[in-house]
Design a binder for this molecule. Structure first.
Ligand code: PMP
Length: 408
């Protein structure tokens, strides 16, 4: 297996550290860091200041990045992609942007597995507009149950919103089928996909999947923090009320201080100075992912997952550890050591083995409705990981039964 660690400066001084938290954020690659830094050192101007060459250079990079993203997700036009600060911002922009279309007879369908970022904005909008939020039923593998979806979608269903891949149990939804089923029953129902956990791990073709809106963060695909995107089919995106008003999106403000004219998409939803250095870094991240190939990334990560499952089964740890999601196609593993608080285990793995994994609700506050526990341990893999690290992890897990002795 190839070792992709050479791309990540993180490992230069820390041969020992095992990072299994790509779901929280992926590590950053050299060219992303240097691209972002380079812009700040060699340019540093405002991309709205297109009166001079340096400013225009920034604007050009934004549009080149948009074009790269259009190709990456197979959108129809680059104007269908709006830059935000991340998934959370994108979903809030969408929810606020749609607020005007909701009323008390409307229904929004969600799953209990959603990250708070794809749950709270909808609950807040529903509370305000008196629309109802309903839960979708899940299959045993935690994917959306199609039969119950068919029963739940009706003429009042305004929106169905769900994660492409859950950030906890890693269930991967069949977006194409879900969208087809929804649109067949009600062609006006909007479909929003939270792609935070899939954008850097698998191919997504928004046209083929027939998604109306999609949100994601650059930092989950080897890019910088503080950059994200909202994709929307042009007319739908164009109909959104802006979340922010300000410079860059205003064309004219009338003397009566009542009327105004805004620019067209995408700037219309991008008020204020953009995170230009972040977008420069994001461009480098997309180029990195394209260079490695998203299919190669997916294959590498799923090989690691399979290797992990094989090793775990070899060790026969079932009496010690409860796994919630071994059998799905996402590089995420969720488990609990029986009778022990997850955060004690994450501390133990960190202190004793330099293995970084997450413990807790992982921002999925309704997960207890799905797996009968509020908190669990999550290990997630990226292109930077290898089998030797999995070996180390599995060895560490075999010691968790006497972890109190080992720790003190
Ligand atoms: N949705 C999902 C499924 C996520 O995993 C995350 C990040 N953990 C988010 C939304 C929020 O992303 P961000 O914090 O980058 O806005």
């Amino acid at each position: 297996m190839n070792d992709f660690k050479k791309y990540f400066p993180f490992y230069e001084n820390t041969v020992d550290l095992v990072y299994f938290d790509t779901s929280a954020t992926s590590l950053k690659v050299n060219q992303v860091i240097s691209a972002e830094l380079d812009y700040m050192i060699k340019n540093g101007t405002n991309p709205h200041a297109i009166d001079y060459k340096k400013g225009y250079e920034g604007l050009q990079i934004i549009e080149e990045t948009r074009e790269l993203l259009k190709q990456y997700i197979s959108a129809s036009r680059k104007e269908e992609i709006v830059f935000t600060s991340g998934t959370t911002h994108s979903i809030n922009l969408l929810a606020k942007g749609l607020e005007k279309i909701f009323n008390e007879s409307d229904e929004i369908l969600v799953t209990e597995l959603e990250h708070s970022a794809n749950l709270l904005p909808w609950i807040a909008i529903a509370n305000k507009t008196k629309a109802k939020v309903h839960k979708l039923t899940l299959n045993d593998d935690f994917t959306i149950d199609i039969d119950s979806l068919k029963k739940l979608v009706n003429e009042n269903t305004k929106l169905v919103t769900f994660a492409s891949v859950s950030n906890t149990v890693g269930s991967k939804n069949n977006i194409k089928l879900i969208t087809k089923v929804i649109k067949k029953i009600n062609p006006n129902t909007l479909v929003h996909v939270d792609a935070a956990q899939s954008i850097g791990h698998m191919r997504i073709d928004v046209k083929d999947l027939n998604i109306d809106f999609m949100s994601w963060s650059a930092h989950k695909m080897y890019g910088p923090f503080g950059v994200g995107c909202l994709y929307g089919k042009y007319e739908l995106l164009d109909s959104l009320e802006p979340l922010f008003y300000g410079g860059g999106m205003s064309l004219k403000i009338e003397q009566n201080l009542v009327d105004y004219t805004l620019t067209s998409l995408p700037e219309k939803l991008e008020a204020g100075t953009p995170n230009i250095s972040g977008i420069v870094g994001y461009k480098a991240a997309i180029e990195f992912v394209n260079k490695i190939g998203i299919d190669t990334i997916e294959k590498h990560e799923l090989e690691l997952k399979k290797y992990f499952i094989d090793k775990i089964q070899e060790k026969n740890l079932n009496h010690l550890i409860e796994f919630y999601n071994l059998h799905n196609n996402a590089p995420i593993v969720l488990f609990n050591v029986k009778g022990v608080n997850p955060q004690d285990i994450t501390n133990y793995l960190d202190e004793k083995f330099n293995i970084m994994v997450r413990g807790g609700a992982n921002c999925a506050r309704r997960i207890e409705g799905v797996i009968n526990t509020k908190i669990a341990i999550r290990a997630s893999f990226g292109i930077n990981n290898n089998k030797a690290e999995i070996d180390k992890f599995v060895e560490a897990l075999t010691t968790v039964d006497n972890f109190l002795d080992a720790l003190f």
